[in-house]
Design a protein around this ligand. Structure first.
Ligand SMILES: [Zn+2]
Length: 365
C-alpha cells in the first residue's frame, strides 16, 4: 500500500516545503496523509470541476500547482468557490496537495520545464536565494579525515554549483585532556594530549543539517567531537526564482516571439517594443514574474518570458529588454507534465491522470 504521505514525502524530497515563499501555502491542504492512494489527478488549479473529475475517475488525491487555500478560512459554509471545493473534497474523501513556489524555486522545477521547451542551454537560476547554506567545520585525526569527509559527502554536504565532494582541509594540532570519566581515542585520560588533526570545512544546504551532523558524528572516531556550524550569507545557486539560459543560436526578435507562441501554446503574447537586437539570452519565470525584471536586465537577458505584467510595468523594459507576457496559465500549463514525470519515476501501483479541465479563468476572443 502507498499512502498519501509516501507520495507527498517523495515530492517534498524534490521540492521541499521550506523552499516556498513566505506568502505561500504549499503542502497537504486537506485529507488524511495515512490514507492509501487509489489514484492521483494532476492539475494546475484544484477547482470544483477538478474535484468532480477526481470523483469520476476514482482518484482520491488531487495534486495541484496552486494551493486552493491561500489565506485563512474562518467559516466553511460553501459561500465561494474555495469553500465549495474544500467541502466537496472532504465529503468525497479526496485529499488536495499543492506544490507551488517550492516547485518554482528548485533547479529542476517549473522554470526548467519552460527553459527546456524553448531549447535553452547553460541554464541557471535567475535570482538565487540567500540564507539557505551553512558551513560545517570539524577536526579529526589526520588518518581519519578521509572517512569523516566521505560521511559528510554521502549525507549531501559539499555541493557547490555543478561540483560535489567540495571541502577545504588544513592540518594543525589539536589539544585536549579527558577527565576520569573519559575513554579517549588517542592519548591518556588525565593527561594533556597533542594530536595532528585535519580541520575539514564543508558547505551544506541548511535543511540537511541533522542528516550531515549525525553522519559526521557516526564516522568520527572521537568520544567528544569538536565541530562548528556557521550560517553563511552566500547566494545558493540551486534555489531561487526564474531561470536564465541561452538559445543555441541567436534569433530575430519576431522569430523568437513566434517560436515562443508555438512552444508555449499561447493564443496571445503581450510584449514591449522590439529593440532591434537579436535574442540570445532568455530569462523565464512561470506565473507572476514581473518582480524579476531588474534581475533579467542586470544579467543582460534579451527577453523576459513570464506573465501578469501590469500596463505601467511594461514601460520599465525601457528599451533594454523585451518583456513577453504569455499569460499565467499558459506559462504554467506544462507543470502538470512535470508532476506526472516525477511521479511516474517513483510510483507504478496506482493510476496517474492529467486533469482535462481547463481551469484558466482568462478567455481570449
Ligand atoms: Zn501560478
Amino acid at each position: 500500500m502507498i499512502s498519501i504521505k509516501q507520495v507527498t514525502d517523495y515530492l517534498e524530497g524534490i521540492a521541499p516545503l521550506s523552499y516556498q515563499e513566505s506568502y505561500d501555502n504549499a503542502g497537504l491542504i486537506c485529507g488524511d496523509s495515512s490514507t492509501e492512494v487509489k489514484g492521483i489527478l494532476i492539475c494546475l488549479d484544484s477547482t470544483e470541476a477538478v474535484i468532480d473529475e477526481a470523483i469520476r475517475h476514482n482518484c482520491n488525491l488531487v495534486i495541484a500547482h496552486h494551493p486552493i487555500i491561500f489565506s485563512g478560512i474562518k467559516k466553511l459554509n460553501g459561500k465561494n468557490y474555495i469553500e465549495r471545493t474544500i467541502i466537496k473534497a472532504i465529503k468525497n474523501d479526496i485529499a488536495i496537495y499543492a506544490a507551488h513556489t517550492n516547485l518554482d524555486n528548485v533547479r529542476h522545477g517549473v522554470n526548467k520545464m519552460i527553459a527546456d521547451r524553448l531549447g535553452l542551454i547553460n541554464c541557471r537560476i535567475l535570482a538565487p536565494k540567500r540564507n539557505l547554506l551553512k558551513k560545517l567545520v570539524t577536526f579529526c585525526p589526520v588518518n581519519d579525515a578521509e572517512k569523516v569527509r566521505k560521511a559528510m559527502f554521502d549525507a549531501g554536504g559539499g555541493h557547490i554549483g555543478n561540483y560535489d565532494e567540495c571541502s577545504f582541509n588544513t592540518e594543525g594540532t589539536g589539544t585536549f585532556r579527558g577527565d576520569e570519566n573519559t575513554n579517549p581515542y588517542v592519548g591518556k585520560k588525565g593527561e594533556q594530549h597533542h594530536e595532528k588533526e585535519t580541520r575539514i570545512e564543508i558547505i551544506f544546504e541548511s535543511l540537511l543539517e541533522s542528516r550531515i551532523v549525525s553522519s559526521m558524528i557516526k564516522a568520527h572516531p572521537y568520544e567528544e567531537i569538536a565541530y562548528d556550524i556557521y550560517p553563511i550569507d552566500n547566494f545558493y545557486s540551486h534555489i531561487g526564482s526564474g531561470m536564465i539560459g541561452d538559445l543555441q543560436k541567436p534569433m530575430k526578435e519576431k522569430d523568437f516571439l513566434l517560436l515562443l507562441k508555438e512552444k508555449m501554446g499561447t493564443a496571445c503574447i503581450r510584449h514591449t517594443p522590439v529593440t532591434g537586437n537579436d535574442i540570445s539570452k532568455v530569462a523565464v519565470c512561470g506565473g507572476s514574474g514581473s518582480f524579476l525584471l531588474p534581475d533579467a536586465i542586470r544579467q543582460e537577458a534579451d527577453v523576459l518570458v513570464t506573465s501578469d505584467f501590469k500596463y505601467h510595468q511594461f514601460f520599465d523594459a525601457d528599451g533594454k529588454i523585451v518583456i513577453a507576457d504569455i499569460g499565467h496559465y499558459e506559462s504554467e500549463q506544462f507543470t502538470k507534465q512535470l508532476f506526472l514525470d516525477l511521479l511516474k519515476r517513483n510510483f507504478s501501483t496506482f493510476a496517474l491522470r492529467l486533469s482535462e479541465v481547463v481551469t484558466n479563468p482568462i478567455n481570449y476572443i
